[in-house]
Design a protein around this ligand. Structure first.
Ligand SMILES: [Zn+2]
Ligand SMILES: [Zn+2]
Length: 155
């Protein structure tokens, strides 16, 4: 069994459209390599700084995240499925395992904060900066009456 702690640069496209690890950014790996009957079992964690965009207010997101990595690399000669990993020329390619570990964990709709207020639907202002923001005068009372008439017609 071997314990490896190292830092590697992030490969390209380590993430999804809205959030991910920028290419070349540091990824801290803390991995254990264990020789088992069928191959080499790699387990541990990968941690990195994520960059993305809040899906509500479109602000930049930057946060540190840790991902569990676990992958069995089969020795050549074992029957493996297409999505399983193998040891090639005595080496293992961690990139796919890392990609799986990271991409599957990423949120499809990342938020800068859990209770992010998002943008004003009327003017696009960031409501986190201006929670009192409102458009009370948006519809002139005289027009409101007409709007009401329109509704009656369709009902
Ligand atoms: Zn936000
Ligand atoms: Zn507004």
């Amino acid at each position: 069994m071997k314990q490896v702690t190292t830092t590697v640069p992030a490969p390209a496209e380590l993430g999804i459209e809205v959030i991910g690890v920028p290419q070349g950014a540091d990824i801290d790996l803390d991995l254990r390599f264990e020789v088992v009957t069928e191959g080499v079992l790699v387990s541990g964690t990968a941690s990195a700084q994520l960059r993305g965009q809040c899906s509500r207010c479109l602000d930049d997101i930057e946060e540190h995240a840790s991902f569990d990595v676990q992958e069995l690399f089969f020795y050549p000669g074992n029957e493996v499925d297409e999505d399983e990993s193998v040891v090639v020329d005595d080496a293992i390619d961690l990139e796919e395992a890392l990609r799986d570990a990271v991409v599957l964990e990423l949120p499809f709709t990342p938020l800068c904060e859990e209770d992010c207020l998002g943008l004003c639907p009327e003017c696009g202002a960031n409501l986190n900066d201006d929670p009192e923001h409102g458009h009370d005068q948006a519809i002139d009372p005289r027009w409101q009456k007409l709007a009401g008439l329109g509704e009656d017609e369709t009902n």
